[in-house]
Design a binder for this molecule. Structure first.
Ligand code: NAD
Length: 424
């Protein structure tokens, strides 16, 4: 697709915009922290004139982030950070109702996905906002002419932060990045409760499987894996965890789960969910061991956790049995079901994280953009954490919005905690 054609956004169908607008408004009601930031941004205009290219999952929550940036004075455009995570109605409404050029179509092929990234880069960003680091990678490898414009960027997810830290180590990163993912008010909640709930939601919406009594194998017991395991257990599943890190392994055991290598778990599992951020976690030898009827899906960032070429090689045929559920017929007659082509199941077959949790993640994005506007000139091309005072402020605002109140340290307690003499 020629970039000129994409100037004002590229969406599936503008006719969907009314439904998108309602969805965006619904999400906003559950995002009080972002709303309060937006009110202040309207008055103070901290992002005035700043060109931002954002590459994020195009959902109703993201739409509210984009409006916060726009209302803070930014000139922002948006493209999809995954070919299957776009809500087409939201993309249409962002273009039509909110004047935010959006380049995203659910189910777009690889070529269109990268054409959309290029269109977002044509905006000549001064700041990038990434989810998985595809935008920054494209910028630093294919559009080096644009790099001098960029003062800084932010990154939303674990996999992107890992990629960007590797770039910084190699000297390939050319501007500072704030790792939004690493804020406590992001990964403690978004990765755990957001991915936990929405991944199970995605599996259920895709398959309508009863989780009670099923053996659910979860690969990776990091922030996301813990959340998915907790919710599967809550629905009555017998959860098996696979891990490579002994500390995470013992944590899973003490949380009440069995820990097995995938080679053994493969024989037992009914449903498999990968959330490792690693590649080929489920591969040929595991498919060979699975029971007929096994359901396999991924909630990690990229579609590399399940070895899809191996599954194709082992199969004699494939058909779509429900929307985004493919049945693979193996040579010995067994059937394996794959959800959403191995892409993020929670965004492909459900709606991604609920707005109440994205409220904190996107508050981090908005405040990090403001912080970078003020401080980027004094920062190096490295990956930085969100300043602690912003993280704490987001938690405070969220608690307050939910009607909870904290205690305050007394003067005596402050003295006690600050002094090494007062042991007894
Ligand atoms: N679905 C979503 O909406 C969503 C949201 C947030 C993060 N993510 C993505 O999910 C992935 C995990 O994120 P996280 O924050 O939980 O990361 P994390 O680092 O906290 O956890 C990953 C875990 O996987 C384990 N692991 C690595 N290789 C493994 C292997 N071969 N077998 C078993 N375990 C293995 C690691 O030891 C670690 O404990 C990342 O790709 C991240 O970008 C997705």
């Amino acid at each position: 697709m020629a970039t000129a054609e994409l100037k004002k956004g590229d969406v599936k169908d503008m006719g969907l915009a009314d439904a998108g607008k309602r969805k965006i408004e619904w999400a906003l009601q559950q995002m009080p922290v972002l709303q309060s930031i937006r009110k202040r941004f309207i008055k103070e205009q901290p992002l005035k004139g700043l060109r931002i290219s954002a590459c994020l999952h195009v959902t109703s929550e993201t739409a509210n982030l984009m409006m916060t940036l726009r209302d803070g004075g930014a000139d922002a455009v948006l493209c999809a950070s995954n070919p299957l995570s776009t809500q087409d109605e939201v993309a249409a409404s962002l273009n039509r109702d909110f004047n935010i050029p959006t380049y995203a179509i659910k189910g777009e092929d690889n070529e269109t996905y990268y054409a959309h990234l290029s269109a977002a880069l044509e905006h000549k960003p001064q700041m990038t906002m990434d989810d998985g680091a595809d935008l920054v990678t494209t910028l630093l490898t294919k559009r080096t002419d644009l790099v001098p414009n960029v003062i800084a960027g932010t990154e939303e997810t674990t996999t992107g932060v890992i990629r960007l830290r590797a770039m910084a180590k190699d000297g390939a990163l050319k501007f500072p990045i704030v790792a939004v993912n690493d804020a406590q008010t992001k990964h403690f909640f978004d990765n755990r409760y957001g991915t936990g709930q929405s991944t199970i939601d995605g599996v259920i919406r895709a398959t309508n499987i009863l989780l009670a009594g099923q053996k659910v194998v979860i690969a990776g017991y990091g922030w996301c894996g813990r959340g998915v395991a907790m919710r599967a257990k809550g629905l009555g599943s017998d959860v098996i965890v696979t891990e490579i890190d002994p500390v995470k392994g013992i944590e899973a055991v003490m949380d009440g789960f069995r820990v097995l290598p995938m080679a053994e778990a493969a024989k037992e599992g009914d449903i498999f969910i990968t959330v490792t951020g690693n590649k080929n976690v489920i591969r040929a030898e595991h498919f060979e061991a699975m029971k007929s009827g096994a359901v396999v899906c991924n909630s990690g960032h990229f579609n590399v956790e399940i070895d899809l070429p191996a599954l194709e090689r082992l199969s004699t045929g494939k058909r779509e049995v429900r929307p985004l559920v493919d049945e693979f017929l193996l040579k010995d007659g067994r059937k394996v079901y794959l959800i959403a082509e191995g892409r993020l199941v929670n965004l492909a077959t459900a709606e991604g994280h609920p707005a109440a949790v994205m409220d904190m993640s996107f508050a981090n994005q908005a405040l990090s953009a403001e912080y970078l506007r003020q401080h980027a000139k004094d920062m190096k091309p490295q990956v930085y954490v969100v300043p602690e005072h912003l993280d704490k402020e987001i938690a405070r605002l969220k608690l307050e919005s939910m009607g909870h109140k904290l205690d305050k340290l007394t003067a005596e307690q402050e003295r006690y905690l600050a002094s090494w003499q007062e042991g007894t």
